[in-house]
Write a protein that binds this ligand. Sequence first.
Ligand SMILES: [Ca+2]
Length: 204
Amino acid sequence: MCDTFLRGPRGVITSPNYPVQYDNNAYCQWVITALNPAKVGQDGAGGTLVLFRDIWCFWGLMIIWGPWQVIKLTFEEFELERGYDTLTVGDGGQVGDQKSVLYVLTGTTVPDLIVSTQHQMWLLFQTDSVSNLLGFKASYEEIEQGSCGDPGVPAFGRREGSSFGHGDTLRFHCQPAFELKGQPSITCQKSSQWSAQKPVCVCK
Ligand SMILES: [Ca+2]
């Protein structure tokens, strides 16, 4: 249960015992690897091998160098003892490697989605010896590199823009009886993270 290797294209990860409280002194690791092997190379970079027929009707092989698949992680529930129980999320397949850490998550705010830059993502869940909460539930999905993934639309709001690639901007608006809390526009950064969380629409 605690040391798990997962493959794409999508799936769900939960803390142990979920939806019951996690254990003390937990140490759990997950590595998620993109499924689409044609697009995955040695370093995460790679090409797709395509069989084609040329104008003389000969068969040929062609490599299309294009975006590779990366992992997008979306949290649905998140409740960890602040500061003492943590979920560390990293880029690549080396669990615990300090250089590849993307986020160290703790507390009870549901984190925004996280996108890896490589074809693998690792997660490490560590808890101390006292006090345990509900834990977390997250879903993962393989998406094309160069994108930030779909952040969704706020409840009681709408979105302008439907491209999630690097440099793309989304604008949000709320229905008349609601006001926008947070950033009205977010941009997909080169790191494959949105510049801010998507805003929420709250009653005026
Ligand atoms: Ca604890």
